[in-house]
Write a protein that binds this ligand. Structure first.
Ligand code: NAD
Ligand code: MG
Length: 390
């Protein structure tokens, strides 16, 4: 049966890769809804190609222009705007799969709503899970939604789990999870040069082509820190059983270490179409468009432990993971504010970890029992972090 898709964040890096995979299999997938924030022209082009029933834009004032052009082009697409519209399209009865590919906390409400509705969630938007933690996982358990991790590491781990494994279940006989990290563009940059690195240098990732925010997160390794929290939620393992391994080639996407000494890994070229195709087709497999892996060309695989003096954000994330409650929400919100300020040239690169550290020092986490508590923590951390920035 054809699976009908809602793609949240269709104009982004993950959204476009998803549409690339989907268009290779028109007999299997149909696009029902596409969303964007500001890139309305890009969304228009995507609508022409994929003919969705709904298109969501960030602001009301963008509706008339896009609606008019779609009508002129003879498309039946209905244009809507805002957060409630995102929730509405993600929970449409005719939607089977929701690709959660909005960046940051902005993706939380529609992704959580889709999980509550029992949709298959293809989760790229790690921030949504990190901030809502147990609330999100409970929603998945209650509705019986299939939660497929799209983050390449978590997708690799999922692939290495026993057959029939579902996200959130305690995996039997797993000793630890080994989360690989490329180390980003500043793995070998002299420490004294770090205060001077520019946004352009920070977003130029050596292995992956991604949106700006996650590229900066990869440079600071906050991305890996968020992924530690993500992995502990998805695979029900405490953070102390998650080990970060720097592996600059990004060929091994992560590993699972079992009690009998077997270590399973998933390998492939660094291309997000691999986890996306897996999430779409699971439990089957489909062609993704990714080049076959050539081990002779790669020739060697290197590993090293992360240096927490170079990557203080990774330490902060481990501390937030251990603290639990709303600590991950505080961490994530402070990071979103700090990264935006760095990209706007308002703080230096090394100021990112300082803003997050100050926020976590000042604000105390509370229990994350309901959505209101995590949204309040998110808002409080944003306010405090903003006040630390000139
Ligand atoms: P991106 O910046 O390329 O795209 C973000 C998308 O979200 C765009 O469509 C944008 O219009 C939309 N968006 C941004 N702000 C919004 C808001 N306030 N409201 C509604 N929509 C908004 O980002 P990306 O690299 O595609 O990453 C998307 C998510 O996937 C992130 O959470 C990221 O951590 C995760 N992820 C990305 C990659 C990757 O390779 N790019 C890998 C793993 C995980
Ligand atoms: Mg990742």
């Amino acid at each position: 049966m054809v699976k009908r898709l809602c793609i949240l964040g269709a104009t982004g890096s993950i959204g476009l890769s998803t549409l690339d995979v989907v268009s290779r299999h028109p007999e299997k997938y149909e696009v029902v809804a596409l969303t964007c924030h500001h890139r309305v022209e890009e969304l228009f082009q995507l609508c022409l190609r994929h003919r969705p029933r709904y298109a969501v834009v960030g602001e009301e004032r963008s509706i008339p222009g896009l609606q008019g052009r779609l009508r002129e082009a003879g498309l039946p697409t209905e244009v809507v705007a805002g957060t409630q519209a995102l929730v509405d399209v993600a929970t449409l009865p005719e939607v089977d799969y929701v690709m959660a590919a909005i960046v940051g906390a902005a993706g939380l409400l529609p992704t959580l709503a889709a999980a509550r509705e029992g949709k298959r969630i293809l989760l790229a938007n790690k921030e949504a899970l990190v901030i809502s933690g147990p609330i999100f996982m409970d929603a998945v358990r209650h509705s019986g939604a299939d939660l497929l991790p799209i983050d390449s590491e978590h997708n690799a781990i999922f692939q290495c789990m026993p057959a029939g494994y579902h996200a959130g279940k305690d995996p039997a006989a797993v000793r630890k999870i080994l989360l690989t990290a490329s180390g980003g563009p500043f793995l070998n940059t002299p420490l004294e040069h770090l205060p001077k690195v520019t946004p352009e240098e920070a977003v130029a990732h050596p292995k992956w082509d991604m949106g700006k925010k996650i590229s900066v997160d990869s440079a600071t390794m906050m991305n890996k820190g968020l992924e530690v929290i993500e992995a502990s939620l998805l695979f029900a393992v405490p953070p102390e059983r998650i080990q970060v391994v720097i592996h600059p080639q990004s060929v091994i996407h992560s590993l699972v270490d079992y009690e009998d000494g077997s270590v399973l890994a998933e390998l492939g070229n660094p291309d997000m179409r691999i986890p996306i195709a897996y999430g779409l087709a699971w439990p089957e497999r489909i062609e993704s468009g990714v080049e076959p892996l050539d081990l002779f060309e790669i020739a060697r695989l290197d590993f090293q432990p992360p240096d927490l003096a170079r990557f203080p954000c990774l330490r902060l994330a481990f501390e937030a993971a251990q603290a639990g409650g709303t600590a991950p929400a505080l961490l994530n919100a402070a990071n979103e504010v700090a990264v935006a300020a760095f990209l706007e040239g308002r703080i230096p690169y090394t100021g990112i970890a300082e803003v997050i550290g100050d926020t976590l020092d000042r604000l105390s986490p509370t229990a994350a029992d309901d959505l209101d508590s995590v949204l309040a923590a998110d808002a409080e951390a944003r306010r405090f972090a903003e006040s630390q920035i000139p």
